[in-house]
Design a protein around this ligand. Structure first.
Ligand code: MN
Length: 275
């Protein structure tokens, strides 16, 4: 397998001790694969956790969609494993078909149901996708599918809005991220979810928890238990990183890309004398 978008030189990447990404939803139009490729080409780490919903099996079953850039994402992840990055893949609810393979190793990618990570400064973090705590998911599975359909419509709208914004030269903007902050119920749900996950982690005796699933990147603390959500690559386009001293940071990749200085046009040498 070859990459359609050429990979830039190594060595010019920002290095982290650990990277967590999740909710990529490969196989859907909502996936911001090109932005993710830019992220993967700009960073490197000793360990990388893929915290679930990497491939969207639910959508793929309904309608097969797999553009070249989605292969490029898979290709880059496998290449990272080959270069020596430890890759741990924790399947989520959208890629639950991979859960039976927990404990196996595919081309350097370890599949796990959950993982424990020790930070450079000695904190123990539990890593899981997070759908385990989603009461809507457990009680009424069909409701989640209805939610999935509504979500898909919203993502279509998001793509449309951003297509126009791109034509106007405006930066990427997340419609549903905006909507989530406006809707009181959504805010309450997210807050409740975060607390439930943090408390469950506390009961397991760890210092903190890293999850994904709700597509809302966050770093919070509940009664001394750290809660980290690495966000998603459909709306926010975020990654959670651990620096070499154990410091944790959330990266918002659209902002990183917007901040990047535009390339300075270099004039041919001959023109210099004339100026
Ligand atoms: Mn999920």
């Amino acid at each position: 397998m070859r990459s359609a978008i050429p990979e830039p030189e190594e060595g010019k990447r920002r290095r982290y001790r650990t990277i967590w990404i999740s909710d990529i939803h490969l196989g859907t139009k909502g996936c911001n694969a090109e932005m993710l490729i830019d992220f993967l080409d700009s960073t490197d780490s000793e360990t990388m956790y893929l915290v679930g919903d990497i491939i969207d099996g639910w959508r793929l079953k309904k309608k097969f969609y797999w553009p070249a850039e989605h292969n490029d994402v898979v290709w880059r992840i496998l290449k990272r494993a080959k270069r020596g990055t430890r890759i741990v893949y924790i399947p989520g609810n959208h890629d639950e078909m991979l859960r039976p393979f927990s404990g196996m190793n595919f081309g350097g990618v370890e599949i796990r149901r959950a993982a424990f990570h020790e930070t450079a400064d000695g904190r123990r973090l539990m890593v899981l996708h997070g759908d385990e705590f989603d009461t809507i998911m457990l009680a009424h599975r069909w409701l989640a599918f209805v939610g999935d359909a509504l979500y898909h419509v919203m993502m279509e709208l998001n793509r449309y809005v951003n297509g126009i914004r791109r034509m106007l030269g405006l930066p990427y903007w997340s419609l549903s991220k905006m909507a989530k902050h406006k809707v009181k119920n959504a805010v309450e749900f997210i807050s409740k979810y975060e607390e439930v996950v943090a408390r469950a982690a506390g009961e397991r005796g760890v210092d903190g928890v890293v999850c994904g699933h709700i597509h809302t990147a966050e770093i919070r603390e509940f009664d001394g238990i750290e809660y980290y959500n690495d966000g998603d690559w459909v709306e926010g386009c975020n990654a959670l990183v651990e620096h070499f001293d154990g410091r944790m940071e959330l990266l918002h990749w659209p902002e990183e890309m917007a901040r990047r200085e535009p390339r300075v046009a270099v004039r041919p040498v001959g023109e210099k004398a004339a100026a």
